[in-house]
Design a protein. Structure first.
Length: 267
C-alpha cells in the first residue's frame, strides 16, 4: 500500500539580495514520517521553515500540501490548513499564564462571533469549555499540566520549549515543524523530548519535520535525514547512511564522527 504524500516541495529557491539562502530544494514528506533537517549554522534550515509556513515568499519553486499549491500563502492561512511550527527563538507571551499561551493557539479555530462572545451564548460557552479541556490535555501531554497557572516567563528554558509545542498542537496540525526543540535542554530533558516527539507521531498521527543540532538526539529519533549546506541538499537518507557520507562529514559532522560511527577501510 502506498503511503499518501502530505507535503511536496519542488525546486524551492530563496534569495535575499545576493545571498542564495535556499537553492533548488526538492522534498517529499509522506504521512506519519519523522524527518530531520540538519546542517551547519547558516545552511538555510530555518529559511526552509519560513518558506513552508508562509513567513517568507520563495524566489521560485512550489510548495504543495495535501496536493494543494500553497506557495506564498500567508502564514495564518497555511496554519489553518494544518501546518504548525515552533521557533528557534522562543515566542511565548511571557506575561500570560502557561494555560493562556496554549489557548492562544485555539484562536483561529474557535467558531464564534463577537456577539456570541460578548453575550456568552450557550454555543460560545460550550466551545470555550471544550477549548479549556483540550488545552489542559495538551499541557498534560507535554508534561506541564501542573504549571498551567504559572506565568510563562517564569518557566525554565526547556519547559518553554515544551509550551511552544503545546501551543502549536492547539492549532490542530497534521504537519508539525519543530525548530531546534532540544536547544537549551539537559540530557534528561532531551531524552524525555524524544519520547514526546515519538508519541506525537505514533499516538496523534502527526507528520514531523524537525531542525536540530544535537546529533545524538536527531540520529536516534528520525527515520530520514536531509542535510543542507549553503542552502543546497548535500545528502539525504537514513541516519546510518547520512552519518557516513563524506560530504556530510566534511561540511558538518567532523572526522571524529566517521571514526566513531563508520567503518574506515584499513582501520
Amino acid at each position: 500500500m502506498t503511503i499518501p504524500e502530505l507535503l511536496r516541495v519542488e525546486g524551492l529557491t530563496c534569495r535575499f539580495g545576493g545571498l542564495l539562502a535556499v537553492d533548488n530544494l526538492n522534498l517529499v514528506l509522506v504521512r506519519g514520517q519523522l524527518m530531520g533537517l540538519i546542517g551547519p549554522n547558516g545552511a538555510g534550515k530555518t529559511t526552509v521553515f519560513n518558506l513552508l509556513t508562509g513567513a517568507v515568499r520563495p524566489t521560485s519553486g512550489r510548495v504543495f500540501y495535501r496536493g494543494r499549491d500553497i506557495t506564498g500563502q500567508k502564514a495564518h492561512r497555511v496554519n489553518r490548513l494544518g501546518l504548525a511550527r515552533t521557533f528557534q527563538n522562543i515566542r511565548l507571551f511571557g506575561e500570560l499564564s502557561v494555560l493562556d499561551n496554549v489557548l492562544v493557539g485555539f484562536h483561529g479555530r474557535l467558531q464564534a462571533n463577537f456577539i456570541s462572545a460578548i453575550l456568552r451564548l450557550p454555543g460560545y460557552v460550550a466551545a470555550e469549555r471544550q477549548m479549556l479541556a483540550r488545552a489542559a490535555e495538551l499541557l498534560d501531554l507535554v508534561g506541564l499540566g501542573g504549571l498551567k497557572d504559572e506565568r510563562a516567563g517564569n518557566l525554565a528554558y526547556g519547559q518553554q520549549r515544551l509550551l511552544e509545542i503545546a501551543r502549536a498542537l492547539a492549532t490542530h496540525p497534521s504537519l508539525l515543524l519543530l525548530d531546534e526543540p532540544a536547544a537549551g535542554m539537559n540530557p534528561q530533558e532531551t531524552a524525555q523530548l524524544a519520547v514526546l516527539v515519538r508519541r506525537l507521531r505514533d499516538e496523534l498521527g502527526l507528520t514531523i519535520l524537525l531542525i536540530e543540532h544535537d546529533m545524538h538526539f536527531v540520529m536516534n529519533l528520525c527515520e530520514t535525514l536531509v542535510v543542507l549546506d549553503h542552502g543546497k541538499v548535500i545528502a539525504r537518507g537514513d541516519p546510518d547512511r547520512v552519518r557516513c557520507d563524506p560530504q556530510v562529514i566534511e561540511a558538518y559532522l567532523g572526522a571524529e564522527v566517521q571514526l566513531d560511527a563508520c567503518e574506515v577501510p584499513g582501520a
